[in-house]
Design a binder for this molecule. Structure first.
Ligand SMILES: NC(=O)c1ccc[n+]([C@@H]2O[C@H](COP(=O)([O-])OP(=O)(O)OC[C@H]3O[C@@H](n4cnc5c(N)ncnc54)[C@H](OP(=O)(O)O)[C@@H]3O)[C@@H](O)[C@H]2O)c1
Length: 325
């Protein structure tokens, strides 16, 4: 099969589009013919050797996909050859014509979703859902501030925040990105390349601060939010797209009585499969109801996978990018 291969850790430019051995499904796994691959920010970090996981080289990166079941491993049940599925494989291998995944990592693709939308749903939107439900305990009527709101997981958080009934403030680096977030339900926006973020959050909340902050950006934006939290607020640590892992003066949490809560969706799906399954049911019901819609910005061919990853890590994306073999 054709695949995008990381021969050695280094710049994304070094990835090679070439023949690679077909994966073979083991017991409890299925082989999937891939129709679309979801590009995620960590894909770039992984091939650069800057992610928590360091697979053995050469390897095929990518975790998120949609396609058709092509074969079942011995003793595998629950799916049949030809089933349309979408999934997220912790072991990677998605930037390819075929990928294997555990049956617990795949889901039937709803008829209402295209394969591109299926490949774009799980990681970004699943993360936002887990973050806001289990980690943030977001309540109807609360104020949710979403950093990186036009990005993949950010636009998921905007839509899920609205589905829960929160007042959603989208924080973006341009007016055009704010308009995009508003078109997906955000109530208002803050352009943090122009406004002081701490002051802007306080101004928009009557001085109270944010009940919940969804932070996939880190760096200076985290620092600003750590000073703009409401009493009993929850500051969710989701990612560091800005490139800087912030440090927190712990006294701020004491004075303002708020919590800083870490979010690690992949590990959550592994450790708490039943809660994850319940999350998926709620998420897919919102998808069916049109409350949460995976937004595809651009599609690339697998042969152009390098440009696809660079488009995402280069701060361009509105919603999600997908790659097609
Ligand atoms: N914890 C988890 O379980 C989990 C799961 C999924 C993703 N993540 C993490 O969440 C972060 C965002 O993922 P994503 O898929 O939403 O990425 P994305 O689609 O690329 O969006 C990231 C957003 O971050 C903002 N940003 C600020 N400084 C940036 C910079 N120097 N370079 C790139 N973007 C910058 C951008 O918004 P503005 O231009 O508006 O600032 C951009 O829209 C990543 O760090 C990823 O690893 C974590």
């Amino acid at each position: 099969m054709k695949a995008l291969v990381c021969e050695d850790f280094g710049p994304v430019d070094n990835l090679v589009y070439r023949e690679f051995p077909d994966p073979v499904p083991a017991e409890g796994e299925v082989l999937v013919d891939v129709d679309a691959i979801g590009v995620n920010f960590p894909d770039g970090l992984l091939v650069e050797g800057k992610y928590q996981l360091r697979p053995q080289c050469p390897f095929v990166p990518g975790s998120e996909f949609a396609g058709r079941v092509a074969a079942l491993g011995a003793g595998t049940s629950g799916f049949a050859v030809g089933d349309r599925v979408f999934g997220w494989h912790m072991g990677g291998g998605a930037y390819a014509e075929r990928v294997v995944a555990l049956t617990s990592e795949i889901h039937p693709l709803p008829a209402s979703l295209s394969v591109e939308q299926g490949a774009a749903l799980l990681c970004a939107t699943g993360t936002a859902h887990h973050a806001l439900r289990q980690r943030g305990r977001l309540q109807p009527g609360e104020t949710l501030v979403v950093l990186g709101a036009a990005g993949g997981t950010g636009i998921g958080a905007v839509q899920i925040g609205k589905a829960i009934g929160a007042h959603v403030i989208a924080v973006c680096s341009s007016d055009e990105k704010i308009e995009f977030a508003r078109s997906r339900g955000a109530d208002e926006g803050i352009n943090y390349s122009r406004e002081d973020l701490n002051q802007a959050i306080k101004a928009r909340t009557g001085g109270r601060g944010a009940d919940v902050v969804y932070d996939a950006v880190g760096g200076d934006a985290f620092d600003a939010c750590s000073r703009a939290m409401a009493w009993d607020g929850r500051l969710l640590v989701v990612g560091f797209a800005s490139g800087r892992i912030p440090k927190l003066p712990a006294n701020l949490t004491l004075v303002k009585g708020y919590s800083v809560v870490g979010v690690f969706w992949g590990e959550f799906t592994r450790r708490e499969p039943q809660v994850h399954a319940a999350n998926m049911r709620e998420l897919l019901a919102w998808v069916e109801a049109g409350k949460v819609v995976p937004v595809i910005d651009r599609e690339f061919r697998l042969a152009d996978g390098i440009q696809a990853i660079q488009y995402v890590t280069g701060r361009n994306v509105r919603g999600k990018v997908v790659v097609k073999p």
